[in-house]
Design a protein around this ligand. Structure first.
Ligand code: NCD
Ligand code: ZN
Length: 345
C-alpha cells in the first residue's frame, strides 16, 4: 500500500487566472485541488470596481469544470483614484480584499498607486467594511537594487501602515526574505503573509547559474538561500501567520523565453504537490494541513473547508508543456521535474 495523507481541501490565497480563453486552462487547473482562491485583479485594464469584479467572477464561474463547487474570491485593484465609496460598493458585491501594487512593481501594475499617502480614507473604509489589504511589498525606485526592494518596502511603508491602522488586516503577499518573515512574526495578529512554492523550493542560483532560467523568473525575484531557509523555517514552525498562496501566474512560452521575459511561474497543475514536496523534505508533513487548509481561512474570517483531499506518495513528472485554447504553449513551473506526491483523484 502506498503511503498517503488526507488533509482538509486547501485554498489558494493568491493567484492569477487571467481572462478570456486563459480561463479554460487556469480555472480547472486550480479547481483540481483547491476549494477557493483569491483572484488577483491585475488584468489589463485592471479590476478596479465592484461592477468589473462581478463580471470577472461570472466569467471565472463559467470556466469551472462540470460539477465543480470551486469558489473564486474577488479582489479590487487599488489606484490613485480609489475612494472609500468604492470599498463600500466592493463589500456589497462580495469582494473580500483589495490589492495594493506600488506602480511599476510587476506585471500590469502601471495603473497602480504612485502615492501611498493618498490612501488613508481607503484604509479606514477597509477597516470599517472588514476587507483585507493585500500588499505586493516592493519599492520600485530605480536606484534600489532589485534584491533589496522587499526589505526596503517594510522600512519605508509597511511598518508605517501597520502602526497607523492597527485594526486593518494585512497580507504581505508572496514574501521572499528573512526580513519579511521577521517583520510578520513580530507584528500583531492582524498581519500575515503568503508564501509561494517557488520561493520555498528555489533560490537565485536556480535563476542564474548555468544560464538564465526564464521559467524560474517571478516577482519578487528569487533571493539568496539564507532567505529561502528563513521561509522554510517559517512554514515548518506551524505559525498561523504564514499560509499558502501559489502566485500561479501563467505567461505564454514565447513571452517568458524572450529578450525581455515576463515574470511569473505557472504552478497550478502541481500546486499542492509542490508544497507537499517541501514539507516532506523538511520533515514537517504534519504542518501541511494548517498552512494549506486552515490558517488562510482563519485569517480571512471564512469557514474552514469540511471536505478533504488525499495525497499519495507516488512519483510523477510535471508536464513539459501545456497547450492553451489559442494554440500557444505554457511551460509550467517545475516542467519535466519529478515530484514524489500525487493528488489522488
Ligand atoms: C505576477 C503576474 O504575472 O501577474 N507575476 C509574478 O511574477 N508574480 C504578478 C505578481 O504577482 O507580482
Ligand atoms: Zn501575484
Amino acid at each position: 500500500m502506498a503511503v498517503s495523507i488526507e488533509i482538509n481541501t486547501p485554498d489558494d490565497w493568491h493567484l492569477h487566472f487571467r481572462d478570456g480563453d486563459f480561463l479554460k486552462e487556469t480555472v480547472p487547473a486550480t479547481a483540481r485541488c483547491f476549494q477557493r482562491a483569491i483572484v488577483m485583479p491585475n488584468l489589463a485594464p485592471p479590476v478596479t470596481t465592484a461592477a468589473i469584479a462581478t463580471e470577472y467572477k461570472a466569467r471565472i464561474l463559467a470556466a469551472r469544470p462540470a460539477n465543480s463547487s470551486f469558489t473564486p474570491l474577488m479582489t479590487l485593484y487599488l489606484t490613485n483614484d480609489t475612494t472609500a465609496q468604492d470599498i463600500r460598493d466592493a463589500k456589497q458585491a462580495g469582494v473580500v480584499a483589495v490589492k495594493l501594487y506600488p506602480a511599476g512593481a510587476t506585471t500590469n501594475s502601471d495603473a497602480a498607486v504612485s502615492d501611498l499617502s493618498h490612501l488613508d480614507p481607503v484604509f479606514e473604509a477597509l477597516v470599517e467594511e472588514g476587507l483585507l489589504l493585500l500588499i505586493h511589498g516592493e519599492v520600485t525606485n530605480h536606484d534600489v537594487d532589485i534584491f533589496d526592494r522587499e526589505k526596503l518596502f517594510i522600512d519605508r511603508y509597511l511598518r508605517d501602515i501597520t502602526e497607523r491602522f492597527p485594526a486593518l488586516k494585512i497580507v504581505f503577499e508572496h514574501i521572499t526574505t528573512k526580513e519579511a518573515v521577521e517583520f510578520v512574526s513580530g507584528s500583531s495578529e492582524n498581519v500575515a503573509a503568503t508564501i509561494t512554492p517557488q520561493h520555498l523550493l528555489l533560490n537565485r542560483n536556480d535563476l542564474l547559474v548555468g544560464g538564465v532560467q526564464p521559467h524560474n523568473y517571478c516577482l519578487p525575484v528569487l533571493k539568496r538561500n539564507i532567505h529561502q531557509i528563513a521561509l522554510q523555517e517559517a512554514v515548518a514552525s506551524g505559525s498561523k501567520k504564514f499560509f499558502l498562496g501559489t502566485d500561479s501566474a501563467p505567461h505564454e512560452q514565447h513571452r517568458k523565453e524572450s529578450a525581455c521575459g515576463c515574470a511569473g511561474c505557472y504552478s497550478a497543475w502541481g500546486a499542492i504537490e509542490l508544497y507537499a514536496e517541501v514539507f516532506d523534505s523538511l520533515g514537517v508533513l504534519d504542518q501541511l494541513e494548517g498552512f494549506a487548509s486552515h490558517y488562510g481561512a482563519d485569517f480571512y474570517n471564512l469557514p474552514r473547508n469540511t471536505t478533504t483531499i488525499t495525497l499519495v506518495k507516488e512519483s510523477w513528472e510535471v508536464p513539459t508543456s501545456i497547450v492553451l485554447p489559442n494554440g500557444n504553449n505554457i511551460v509550467p513551473f517545475f516542467a519535466g521535474k519529478t515530484l514524489s506526491w500525487r493528488l489522488h483523484s
